[in-house]
Every structure is written in C-alpha cells, then in structure tokens.
Design a protein around this ligand. Structure first.
Ligand code: GDP
Ligand code: MN
Length: 378
C-alpha cells in the first residue's frame, strides 16, 4: 500500500527525520494562504501516487504567494501522468547544495533488509543503478543484530566527510530504518535528502510503501488509505476476506485456493478466453463468502460469463452450493454460470444445484473451461 508524500513526511517527522515546513492544500486560494504563512518562497508539489513528478511538471517553485497561487492553478485538477491531482503540498523552498538518495528495502536475493545510499540523489535510483552502479552503496542488515551505529556512520561517510553532517545523515538513516522496521514497510525512501546552503539536512521528498501482508498489525495505517484511487471491488473483496485481483478479460472466476485459481486462469486462457479476475474464496469458505464472491464478480461490468471451480477439501461442496443458491435467489442472473464442483460432499452439492435454472454443471475442470469459452464466443 502506497501513501502520499505529505503523509510520509508526517511519519518521518515522528521518527526524527527533518522535513521542510509545509501544509497540504486543495485549492489555489489555500496554497496562497499557506505561502503567506510560511513567508518564504515555496515549492508547490502535486500529491499523486506516482514518481517522477518533478520531470512531469508536478513540482513548481514560487517566489511569492501570488506566484504560488498561479502555479497551483496549473497543477491542481490537472492530470499528471494520467492521475488527477486533487491536492498539493506547499513546502518552504530550500536553497539546495547537495542531493542524496537514502532508501531501505528488501533484497530478496540476499534475504536481507538492505539500506542504500547514493551521492546521486534527486534522480530515480533505478536510473543510477543503470548508468553508474558504483555510486550506490548498499548494506545488508543482519536480522539478529539490527542496524548498527558504525554501519550508519560508514554509509553516511560515503556521502559526505563533514563530521557534523555525517552524524546528521546517520541519524536520519536510523530514523528511516526504524520506520521501515517498525511499520512493516517494503520501501522507505528519501530522494532527495538535501544539504542546504546553510548546511542543514532535510528530507525533501518522502516515500513509503507498506507491506500489505502486515497491514493487520497496523490498524492505524488503514486510515491513510485514499479510497478514491483504489478499486472499489478490490476493497469490497478485502472486507470480505476474499483475495481478488481485477484483470482485463470477461470470464469471472470464483475458485477456492490460490493454486487452483491460477490453474483455472491458465486453463481459461488455454481455451482462448480471458479471465476477468483472480479470485480465491479461501479454504473452508462459508456460503456467505461464496455469495459475496459472486456479488463481487457480477459487479464487474466486463464479465460475460462466470466460472466457479471448487475443489472441496476443507471446503464442502454442499455449502458452496447453498451459497450460490442463496446469492442467485437474491439477484437477477442473466449471465451463463458454469460450475465445476468436486471433492468433499460433491454428490450432495451437485444434487442441490441440479434443480437450479441457468446453471451448467461440468464434470471436469477441462470441460468447464471449454464450456465457458463456447458461451462467450457465441
Ligand atoms: P519527485 O520528482 O516526484 O521525486 O519529487 P521530489 O520531491 O523528489 O522533487 C524533484 C526535484 O525537484 C528535487 O530533486 C529538486 O531538485 C526539486 N525541488 C523540489 N523541491 C525543491 C525546493 O524546495 N527547492 C529547490 N531548489 N528545488 C526543489
Ligand atoms: Mn523524489
């Protein structure tokens, strides 16, 4: 889960990382007022969940409040890299002497958290990695020992030899590492960390991505979610504890188990059709759960046919059948519904579904996938 720059700045501040003073605004008038309050030249920065805003024209400097109003009018309510800008961050502009990169993420190959710094800040780290990889300094952290102060000092020294700055950079690295570790991030990044002409350090930009699998440990993070930019169907699925990912095709798939869901999508594609989604109702799914899954799939306007593929282990086929019948009784179903049920209580499940109109009961997965292709090609 990504959050906005202004939200990440707030978290960094709590961890002792200094950011330029600033506030968020939704209108040009508010931008002007904030600029007046700051009483200095400002940077007006589009708040969108995509990177490279500077290059795309989403960051503009303004020497006075009137100019801040003018540039805000050019950023607010315009699209930046395809995303509507609803808010800007108005930050006091700094006189920049140096820009560094600081980041903490996971090195999957090494199975370690990696702390990275580079003297080439302000540009994409992927780009630095391509053009001048020797300018990226990496340190993998031993999970048992944690991040040590001599390690932080070493990394800081790779950026700057000034004694006072080394201490400051090392402290910021600690704050960044703590954020990453305590909040279960997959990325915590400052790009750029700047040294001003006056010799102070500031996180000019702030980026945090949380590991979705650990969000349950941090209920407070959920409040940071921007519901406007998330797929409403994916949110509904999340609430129902259903794994759901929307895709481009038109075959709605309801499956139990992630592996079977993948196999089902493969098979649908094999027969020349395209899945509209990945959906895993999970093990031991209740009839309510199955009903919710059907509701979610049918809410996708692209769906032209539904394929239910259940392998009953812990999940019982009769319960799945009940869930489907209940869900169907509550709505008008005018799409073809193809069902393959096998495993625990299969006979009972099939018996219950036999009398339901508009269903096609397939004996095998193969038959089900073929059938679903036929009905959409018709
Ligand atoms: P990003 O492009 O989305 O990564 O946004 P950043 O916040 O990293 O800003 C991009 C670049 O804009 C920075 O690397 C700076 O060079 C420049 N910039 C941003 N804020 C200021 C500022 O207050 N003063 C100056 N001089 N430049 C700034
Ligand atoms: Mn940046």
């Amino acid at each position: 889960m990504k959050i906005y720059e202004f939200q990440a700045h707030k978290i960094f501040s709590k961890m002792g990382i200094p950011s330029p003073r600033g506030e968020v605004a939704k209108t040009a008038e508010e931008v002007k007022q904030i600029a007046e309050k700051l009483g200095r030249p400002v940077a007006v920065k589009a708040q969108v969940l995509v990177g490279g805003r500077g290059k795309a024209g989403g960051i503009k400097l303004a020497p006075n409040p009137e100019e801040a109003y003018r540039v805000a009018e050019k950023i607010l309510n315009f699209k930046l890299k395809g995303v509507l800008v609803k808010r800007v961050l108005v930050q006091e502009a700094l006189s920049i002497k140096k820009e560094y990169y600081l980041g903490v993420t996971i090195d999957r190959a090494k199975k370690r958290v990696v702390v990275m710094v580079s003297p080439s800040g302000g540009i994409d780290i992927e780009e630095v990695a391509k053009i001048s990889p020797e300018k990226i300094f990496k340190l993998r952290i031993d999970p048992l020992l944690g991040f040590k102060s001599y390690e932080a000092n070493e990394l800081a020294l790779a950026l700057n030899k000034d004694k006072n700055l080394v201490k400051g950079i090392a402290n910021i690295l600690f704050g960044l590492y703590r954020t990453f570790d305590e909040m279960d991030c997959s990325l915590a990044e400052i790009n750029p960390l700047v040294v001003t002409e006056e010799g102070s350090l500031f996180a000019l930009d702030a980026k945090i991505i949380f590991d979705d699998n650990a969000l349950w440990r941090h209920p407070e993070i959920n409040d940071l979610r921007d519901l406007d930019v998330e797929d409403p169907l994916e949110l509904r699925a999340k609430e129902a504890r259903i794994s759901y990912v929307r895709l481009e095709g038109n075959i709605g798939c309801i499956v139990n188990g992630a592996g079977l869901a993948m196999a089902t999508m493969d098979l649908v594609k094999h027969y020349g059709a395209e899945p509209a989604n990945f959906l895993d109702v999970g093990g031991g799914a209740s009839s309510e759960q199955v009903g919710k899954a059907l509701d979610i799939v049918l809410s996708d306007k692209n769906v032209k046919a539904v394929l239910v593929n259940i392998f009953g282990g812990i999940t019982r086929c009769d319960i799945v059948a009940d869930g489907l019948i209940q869900a169907l009784s509550k709505r008008e179903m005018n799409l073809p519904l193809i069902i393959r049920l096998t495993g625990t209580n299969e006979e009972e499940g099939r018996k219950r579904l036999k009398n339901v109109k508009g269903l096609f009961l397939a004996a095998t997965m193969d038959e089900a996938a073929k059938k679903v292709m036929e009905v959409v090609k018709r």
